[in-house]
Write a protein that binds this ligand. Structure first.
Ligand code: PEP
Ligand code: MG
Length: 582
């Protein structure tokens, strides 16, 4: 993963440009990441190479064991302790060791291939036994297998804590894994600002620039760079003068964050005294500090699939219940909108398979309805947590495109509530069930869906990608990906109207709500519940508090008459200028 510096390289300052994945400024040294294919070697090992392969296996085993013991030392919860101990026992199992050694020495297999085969046999054996706990056990076993293979593949790789990761592209899972290794910035050749990798980087508050086209060709390992996440620049080999300038900017940022707290202690009211609601979009408990600091009125979108990508034992019911309870406790008395796993697309679960068009494929509700264990575990965990925090939990379904999908989830919820009650568990009869509006037909048929759902949450990130047929993470066509497109405003207006006519609350949780001027338009269209990354909340709030609702309504009316993105941009510019004069 690390490459040595070319001594002859040009060390003059260069500025590369991209799009802002997560704002913020950092100065640091780079580390280059190259994704390795998760394949195992099929090459036959020569007889004299056998001892080396056996040694590689035992070294990997020791390292994996040490990592797990380290995790135990960090004081995890009871369930995690059990899981970690089971995995340690697996690594110590003499029979398993013997079988891997045998595969290497008798079949001349490489260490990774031997591990893959022996663990494969274990998985097959428990599957054949039809054990009830097959799914959970197989996840744990596969976890140990993957870690061992990963250690063998990345034999010489170490990512220095505090470095700036430079990569062609990172998947959401990789961003989560690297944030656990304490990286302080990310630069990617590819990706757009609303790609899931960028959204997770924002959740982790790791300054990130995406779509820096030749980053991995120009930047070498251990180069000094500045990430300017305010302008979307990456400065390679910065001059002393520039470093000084950016150090001052970092200090100013700390100051601004202090002002943000003051803004957030004001009530949520427009200049003409109309109330609005701002909630937080979060993925991880670490974000709860910002939720509290910036006074978000609860959670508007809890992206649960990110926790699953972070740790596979998250799929266990008790584990999830604890997680939901932590979020509910920290945000009392506000509502928490928990979105069911939105797996698929670029967020791959164990169940996911390779698809030609993953964003149009087996994603969100489509996968959940085909995966009853995954769905039931999650619903039971949410319902149990809701029973302890009455009238606060709202369940949000991703990628809905038919009313039937919503009916099936509602039926499942009813059955599981009964089962919980029979077991003497407390439940909440008022749990609301809403849907994401992100597939275009749902926006076009908004009245039908508004009659069926308890609430509608507009996901402008996917709605834009599906309406305009532009991959949200594709840097080459990113200029076509425009959430402020007139067609999007018209669809949002249709959903807002449907909500009013059917008396069904409508909110926006896509990135459009994080743009202060767009937020004014949304209020102008009658949507007064918005949710966003909590770090952005003060900026949006400042704009909404400074302007009158009547002006926002007039502004929204003009927007709906616009034909092109250029017309919209002109209207936005005028609004900005008029705001500066207030
Ligand atoms: C959206 O699509 O707008 C949304 C909020 O969901 P996600 O970004 O997680 O796909
Ligand atoms: Mg979405």
């Amino acid at each position: 993963m690390m490459r040595s510096n070319n001594k002859e390289a040009d060390h003059s300052e260069k500025v590369l440009n991209g799009a802002i994945g997560c704002p913020g400024i950092v100065i640091g040294q780079t580390c280059i990441y190259k994704r390795r294919k998760p394949t195992v070697s099929s090459t036959r090992v020569a007889d004299d190479g056998i001892p080396h392969q056996v040694d590689k296996f035992h070294q990997a085993r020791k390292k994996a064991k040490k990592e797990l013991q380290h995790l135990l030392g960090a004081g995890p919860d009871e369930d995690s302790v059990d899981l970690i101990n089971t995995q340690i026992e697996m690594l110590k199992d003499p029979e398993l060791c013997e079988r891997v050694e045998q595969q290497i020495s008798e079949h001349n297999q490489s260490a990774d291939s031997a591990i893959h085969n022996v663990f494969g046999d274990y998985l097959e054996a428990i599957k054949q036994n039809h054990r009830e706990d097959f799914l959970e056990r197989s996840v744990d076993i596969a976890d140990v297998r993957d870690r061992l293979i990963q250690i063998i593949h990345n034999h010489d790789d170490e990512i220095a804590a505090g470095s700036i990761m430079v990569a062609k592209e990172l998947s959401p899972r990789e961003v989560i894994a690297f944030s656990n290794q304490d990286i302080k910035g990310i630069v990617m050749d590819r990706g757009g600002t609303t790609s899931h990798a960028a959204i997770i980087a924002r959740s982790m508050n790791i300054p990130t620039i995406v779509g820096v086209k030749k980053a991995t060709r120009i930047i070498k390992a251990e180069d000094e760079v500045i990430i300017d996440g305010l302008n979307g620049d990456v400065i390679v080999h910065p001059t002393e003068k520039n470093k000084e300038k950016y150090r001052e900017l970092i200090e100013q940022q700390v100051q601004i964050s202090g002002d943000d707290e003051a803004v957030c202690s004001q009530p949520n009211r427009t200049a003409d005294d109309h109330p609005f609601v701002l909630r937080a979009n979060i993925e991880f408990p670490e974000e709860l500090t910002s939720v509290e600091k910036y006074k978000a009125e609860g959670i508007g979108l809890l992206r649960t699939e990110s926790s699953y990508l972070r740790e596979s034992q998250f799929r266990e019911e008790e584990h999830q219940e604890k997680f939901y309870s932590t979020i509910l406790k920290a945000t009392d008395p506000h509502p928490v909108i928990i979105r069911l796993f939105d797996a698929g697309g670029d967020k791959l679960f164990k169940e996911s398979s390779k698809e030609q068009n993953p964003f149009l494929g087996w994603r969100g509700i489509r996968m959940l309805l085909d995966s009853p264990d995954l769905l039931d575990n999650q619903l039971r965990a949410i319902l149990a947590a809701a029973g302890k925090h009455k009238q606060r939990v709202r369940i949000l379904i991703p990628m809905i495109s038919t009313p039937k999908q919503l009916h099936r989830i509602k039926e499942r919820i009813e059955t599981l509530q009964h089962e919980l009650e029979e077991k003497g568990r407390e439940t909440d009869p008022d749990v609301q069930v809403g849907i994401m509006v992100e597939v275009p037909n749902v926006a076009l048929q908004a009245r039908l869906f508004a009659r069926e759902a308890d609430f509608l949450s507009i996901g402008t990130n996917d709605l834009t990608q599906y309406v305009l047929a532009v991959d949200r993470g594709h840097e080459q066509i990113s200029s076509l990906y425009e959430q402020r497109h007139p067609a999007i405003w018209q669809l949002i207006n249709m959903v807002a109207q449907a909500g009013i006519e059917e008396n069904t609350p409508v909110s926006v949780c896509g990135e459009l709500a994080s743009d202060p001027i767009s937020a004014c338009c949304l209020l102008g269209l009658g949507i007064n519940e918005l949710s966003m990354n909590p770090l952005i909340l003060p900026k949006v709030k400042k704009m909404l508090c400074n302007r009158k609702l009547t002006d926002m309504q007039a502004f929204a009316k003009d927007l709906l008459e616009a034909d092109t993105v250029d017309d919209i941009n002109t209207l936005f510019l005028n609004w900005k200028e008029s705001t500066n004069n207030t």
